[in-house]
Design a binder for this molecule. Structure first.
Ligand code: T46
Length: 141
């Protein structure tokens, strides 16, 4: 699984808009945990970690924010600015969330329950773990 940024199918009619999240259709993993982040203070970035196993799907329900993702080789920044956008982040991706607008609400769907032991919070340790998995030449073991 790779980082994926997708537009969610939206059903619009004169009343407004409806977006449906369905495991196996637009979410490529079972969902065992849902959490959301709101009221994030300006200039207070979050994240700075990777997960050993947890996969997540991020949707900015209101406002906007940026998400920087890093697989150990390439860094990409996504701006989440619409509830129609979905960012899938698989395991072993370093992430930083920043640039939250005051009204931002970030919804996260995760495939596993919360477990601090799943976090890699040291960037050097993350790089080391990624390089162990991918030897020179880039062919994963
Ligand atoms: C991630 C990004 C997108 C819980 O008790 N249960 C939970 O499900 C989560 C996610 C966190 N917590 C506790 C652990 C910490 O004491 O909430 C506190 C803040 O967590 P953290 O500093 O890890 O939050 P963020 O915003 O840096 O990262 C979170 C998720 O932890 C992480 O998995 O990918 O959002």
């Amino acid at each position: 699984m790779r980082v994926e940024f997708k537009q969610l199918e939206t059903v619009s009619d004169p009343r407004g808009h409806l977006v449906s999240i369905e495991v196996g259709r637009n979410i490529p993993f079972p969902v065992r945990r849902v959490y959301y982040i709101y009221g994030n203070k300006e200039g207070k970035p979050r994240g700075y970690h990777a997960h050993k196993r947890v996969k997540q799907a991020l949707i900015c329900l209101n406002g906007r924010l940026k998400v920087g993702v890093d697989d150990g080789k390439t860094r990409t920044v996504y701006e989440l600015k619409s509830p129609r956008e979905l960012l899938i982040i698989p395991e072993m991706i370093w992430r930083v969330m920043y640039g939250f607008s005051p009204d931002a609400i970030l919804l996260v769907l995760a495939d596993q329950h919360y477990d601090e032991a799943d976090y890699i919070r040291d960037y050097e340790a993350f790089l080391h773990a990624v390089r162990e998995k991918t030897p020179p030449g880039g062919v994963p073991r």
